[in-house]
Design a protein around this ligand. Structure first.
Ligand code: PLP
Length: 390
């Protein structure tokens, strides 16, 4: 089955044939007797609505085991608990700000974290140490859209007893399935594409190996970080239109990126379709679309701030992957959580603007940006107006 079909296919196990999975809004389940347990006993340990979601997530990522968490960050937190004192993580150098914040807490538990530019696999080979147990990457990264080769990094990892973990939030399972390229663990912020409507905070961990799955299940149950029944239902509902939304958002984003790349106010643009030849080739070999996030610079932080604030259709908001277009200054917003001592190295520049393109009519989005740049240009209006032929 193709993804569009998987997204809407119904569970065969629903006992009454309900086409919308019921919300089992219950904390506990009656037992047959005091010494026998039914399939479910307590919702922290398992809930039928969540089970349906987890089956769907596993199916979409082409894996056996999936776990739904209360957020992308609690998903990552469960993954790093596979490690112990003395272990080391190699992490990509352009990770989501909140991921870096979480990782920076690990050294106090005796887990070392080092950042490496994984776009060149040779950097990983050189950075590996006898303590390295996990390689944690995003591809493409956010907001710079740097591409790493999942298959090559999987080979390097496995040759060195290292687990490859891929944050697949930027593309969703409809565009990229890292496990089919050799990744051991995939995680998502379900808050983004999977939900698609900015109405739920959620996370997911998807794994291939049964032993790793057992460990993740242990943490999910022991810590109580699983996704609640109603939120599981919201995510199930969002996933029904995932493929449709992603397709539309990708094609809209491409048109917006083309508009921006030809605008004289834009100095750099970041989107997989505008990456260099090598990155584009790698991306196209492992993903079936560029996603909906675009970033660009203007070389002028104040000008960028005025552009963001002059948009009307694009709302100023963190997050991405929603049906609504959003605009942000990552340096001050999504990536502000990068600890101060790492900012110089890992934070995006102040003039970088990020747009997540929604499902609106794309001409309206482009018009909004054109007008915002014009307003923000102030005294430069005439010059820029002339250059774009207005
Ligand atoms: C948002 C995001 C996260 C964190 O997910 P939450 O659901 O906000 O906890 C992790 N990785 C990436 C790439 C994200 O964009």
């Amino acid at each position: 089955m193709k993804n569009a079909t998987r997204c809407v296919s119904l569970s065969e196990e629903e006992r009454y044939g309900a086409v919308s999975t019921p919300i089992y809004q219950t904390a506990t389940f009656r037992q047959p007797t005091s010494t026998e347990f039914g399939e479910y006993d307590y919702s922290r340990s398992g809930n039928p609505t969540r089970t349906e979601l987890e089956k769907k997530l596993a199916e979409l990522e082409r894996a056996e085991h999936a776990f739904a968490f209360s957020s992308g960050m609690s998903a990552l937190s469960a993954i790093v608990k596979l490690l112990t004192t003395g272990d080391e993580i190699l992490a990509g150098s352009n990770l989501y700000g909140g991921s870096i914040r979480l990782l920076e807490r690990l050294p106090r538990l005796g887990i070392n974290v080092r950042y490496v530019d994984t776009t060149d696999p040779q950097n990983v080979v050189e950075a590996l140490s006898s303590r390295t147990r996990m390689l944690l990457i995003e591809t493409p990264t956010n907001p710079f859209q740097r591409v790493s080769d999942i298959g090559v990094l999987a080979d390097i990892s496995h040759a060195n007893g290292v687990l490859l973990v891929v944050d697949n939030t930027m593309l969703s399972p409809c565009l990229q399935n890292p496990i089919t390229h050799g990744a051991d663990i995939v995680y998502h912020s379900g808050t983004k594409f999977l939900s698609g409507h900015s109405d739920v905070t959620a996370g997911a961990v998807i794994v291939k190996d049964a032993n790793i799955a057992k460990e993740i299940a242990f943490v999910q149950n022991a810590e109580g970080t699983a996704l609640a029944p109603f939120d599981s239902w919201l995510l199930l509902r969002g996933i029904k239109t995932l493929d449709l939304r992603v397709e539309k958002q990708c094609s809209n984003a491409l048109k917006v990126a083309e508009f921006l790349s030809s605008h004289p106010a834009v100095t750099n643009i970041y989107h997989p379709a505008f990456a260099d030849e090598k990155a584009r080739r790698i991306h196209e070999s492992q993903a079936s679309g560029g996603g909906s996030v675009i970033a660009f610079t203007t070389d002028d932080a104040e000008f960028s701030r005025r552009i963001v604030e002059a948009t009307r259709l694009c709302s100023i908001a963190v997050s991405f992957g929603s049906v609504n277009s959003t605009i942000s200054l990552p340096c001050y917003m999504s990536h502000a959580s990068i600890p101060a001592e790492l900012r110089g190295e890992l934070a995006p520049p102040r003039d970088l603007i990020r747009i997540s393109v929604g499902i609106e009519n794309v001409d309206d989005v482009i018009e909004d940006l054109r007008e915002a740049i014009r307003i923000a240009s102030g005294s430069n209006v005439v010059a820029i107006g002339k250059a774009v032929g207005e």
